[in-house]
Design a protein. Structure first.
Ligand SMILES: [Zn+2]
Length: 57
């Protein structure tokens, strides 16, 4: 029985994650990416600081 790598609960046979948990994770990753892109574009120079405190993805 596999455990969800995102929430740690049982994800069922041959599975390592829930679809919902993965989707939420992706949303967070893409949200962080959007902040990076915005910071690079110079839209908000303060975004860089929040990214640094975000830690490794
Ligand atoms: Zn899960």
């Amino acid at each position: 029985m596999g455990k969800c790598k995102y929430c740690g609960k049982s994800a069922g046979l041959f599975r390592n994650e829930h679809k919902e948990c993965e989707a939420e994770h992706n949303l967070r990753v893409y949200g962080a990416l959007n902040e990076v892109i915005a910071a690079i574009k110079g839209a908000k120079s303060f975004g860089v600081i929040s990214i640094l405190s975000f830690g490794p993805l």
